[in-house]
Design a protein around this ligand. Structure first.
Ligand SMILES: [Zn+2]
Length: 555
């Protein structure tokens, strides 16, 4: 396959995504490297692409991380990652990004859960992440989703019964609304996913537990505990899955990563910290990440929400084990979840609070979305069907994957572009450190060698301050090596402080333009050595996540 730019033309399955990534790397060996960060449960590659000048130094440079496809149905995130890589390689080729990618690195893991992603393209029922089977001995009993009429979609199923909790909505033909006590029992229905009853006693109408209930985005270390919501679980222990293990290992091995985005769908928002009431993130980190989040969504229509308290599915239940919070709180990296695609806006509603739709769905909003699906002809009307177990039922409903969960295909390019806009801004926030040597002749063959390190990036060289506090980011230090030159005092190796980024100066009290101020630590650090003699002097530095470098001078 020869590589072609991806502009969001269509949704691809994993095989096509993998072939495209392979072709991308083969076509651009000077700038792109593809490796397997691990293998999925079903032995698919967990692809990791490294963007940057391939001179063996990509791990020494400040880096941005982008991943997608943690959740099997959230196809837009994967396609937006491909779109983003296309934009970057085009920028490298036209020269506009060649300098940046010579001094910085981007890591992209475009599909964290390839088994689930491919399964959804192969028509399996909704599954959250991976193909982890139920624990041994589990008997699943009740209704399980299946495409009974063979139309390639698993929709809804309804049948009339006086005990049913639903009635047809008067204004939207496909919609079933909650029954009220005033409704006529003759109008009542049971409604569920299109499917069949397994291990059925012939009596009870209940749902079976999920066949693939693991939620990979609850399997990460931060605040991990056994967890269950919507029938999905957090795995046996933090990082219990081959996919989460590979992500964690790849991320941990690259301590140059300073900022990150993980792509999901849906609701059209960028999730920012804190993730819980007792988040360990310092206020400064929270403020800095929120400021960057608002910059990142500029022009996209996406909203910014603090996970706590604005994006809690259940206010009583903390969200645990998420990847964005693990990036931030465990690794000290400014990590965001981007929820692409806003179906509410598609339906003409701009003031919907997404999490309210999970807590207490507003029927006018549901009606608007379903009416939009009908207007766009992305639905199937209720159609009589003879169910092998239940008898006369009706099947109908929307094309969920291309309406609510992901945009209709014609809208995919614009959504990929929004995802790119966010990722590209968070990319540009990484710290960026330059070093310079100043030599001052003191007399009698003695010279003062001074290194000045300067961070001109947005983020500090620690990424987040918590990275420094936890000791998980590389430190800042410099060392002098000299040939034929005598070091007169002090050690050759010097510990330096982390360097602020310009965002640091906007995250405290000083962000008020009426009371502007300088930082207490600052974006520069200096080390000075006194030497005698003539010869070659080299100073090497490591500037935390701001990268490493060296400078030489002949005395
Ligand atoms: Zn998701």
């Amino acid at each position: 396959m020869s590589w072609k730019p991806f502009g969001g033309e269509d949704y691809w399955d994993f095989n096509a995504v993998a072939a495209w990534c392979q072709a991308l790397a083969e076509a651009h060996p000077a700038w792109v490297r593809l490796e397997d960060a691990g293998r999925s449960r079903h032995d698919r590659p967990l692809m990791l692409l490294t963007f940057g000048r391939q001179d063996g130094m990509t791990e020494e440079r400040p880096a941005f991380w982008l991943d997608a496809g943690t959740h099997a149905v959230e196809w837009t995130g994967v396609m937006s990652a491909l779109y983003t890589m296309t934009k970057w390689i085009e920028g490298i080729k036209d020269g506009s990004l060649a300098d940046w990618f010579s001094d910085h690195t981007c890591y992209i893991m475009p599909c964290v859960s390839p088994d689930g992603f491919q399964a959804m393209h192969d028509g399996l029922p909704f599954l959250r992440s991976t193909l982890r089977p139920p624990s041994p001995g589990t008997v699943r009993s009740g209704l399980t989703p299946a495409d009974l009429d063979g139309d390639g979609e698993i929709r809804w199923m309804r049948w009339r019964h006086p005990a049913g909790p639903w009635v047809p909505d008067a204004d939207c033909p496909i919609m079933m609304r909650p029954r009220t006590v005033d409704d006529d029992p003759a109008d009542a229905y049971f409604v569920c996913t299109e499917g069949e009853l397994i291990a059925w006693d012939g009596v009870k109408w209940i749902s079976a537990s999920r066949e693939f209930g693991l939620d990979l985005n609850r399997n990460f270390p931060v605040d991990w505990k056994p967890f269950s919501m919507f029938g999905m679980d957090s795995g046996d222990y933090p990082g219990s899955e081959p996919e989460s293990q590979a992500v964690l290992r790849a991320f941990a091995e690259r301590s140059n990563i300073a900022s990150a985005v993980t792509n999901h769908t849906y609701t059209g928002c960028l999730l920012a910290p804190p993730a819980s009431a007792d988040s360990p993130l310092p206020d400064g980190d929270v403020a800095m990440m929120n400021r960057l989040a608002h910059d990142a969504v500029e022009g996209t229509d996406y909203k910014v929400y603090k996970v706590y308290p604005e994006f809690m599915y259940d206010p009583k239940k903390p969200i645990i084990g998420t990847w964005d919070d693990t990036m931030s709180c465990t690794f000290g990296v400014a990590g965001y979840t981007l929820e692409l695609w806003d179906p509410y806006r598609w339906a003409g509603l701009t003031d919907v609070v997404p999490v309210d739709m999970f807590r207490d769905p507003d029927m006018t909003v549901i009606r608007a979305i379903l009416s939009k699906c009908i207007a766009e002809e992305m639905y199937k009307p209720w159609t009589a069907f003879e169910h092998p177990q239940l008898g006369a039922v009706e099947l109908g409903g929307i094309d969920y994957m291309h309406t609510v969960r992901n945009p209709p295909t014609p809208l995919l390019p614009a959504e990929c572009a929004r995802g790119f806009a966010v990722a590209d801004r968070v990319r540009r926030a990484v710290p960026s450190v330059h070093g310079s040597l100043q030599i001052t002749a003191i007399g009698e063959g003695v010279s003062q060698v001074r290194l000045v390190l300067e961070n001109v990036g947005a983020l500090p060289t620690s990424g987040l301050a918590i990275g420094e506090r936890l000791g998980v980011c590389p430190s800042v230090s410099a060392s002098l090596e000299a040939e034929g030159v005598e070091l007169l005092e002090g050690p050759a190796d010097r510990a330096l402080h982390h360097l602020d980024g310009w965002l640091s100066g906007l995250s405290g009290f000083g962000r008020n333009p009426i009371y502007p101020s300088l930082a207490s630590r600052g974006h520069r650090a200096a080390a000075t050595w006194l030497v005698r003699g003539s010869g070659a002097v080299t100073v090497r530095w490591i500037a935390g996540r701001g990268g490493s470098g060296e400078a030489s001078v002949e005395l």
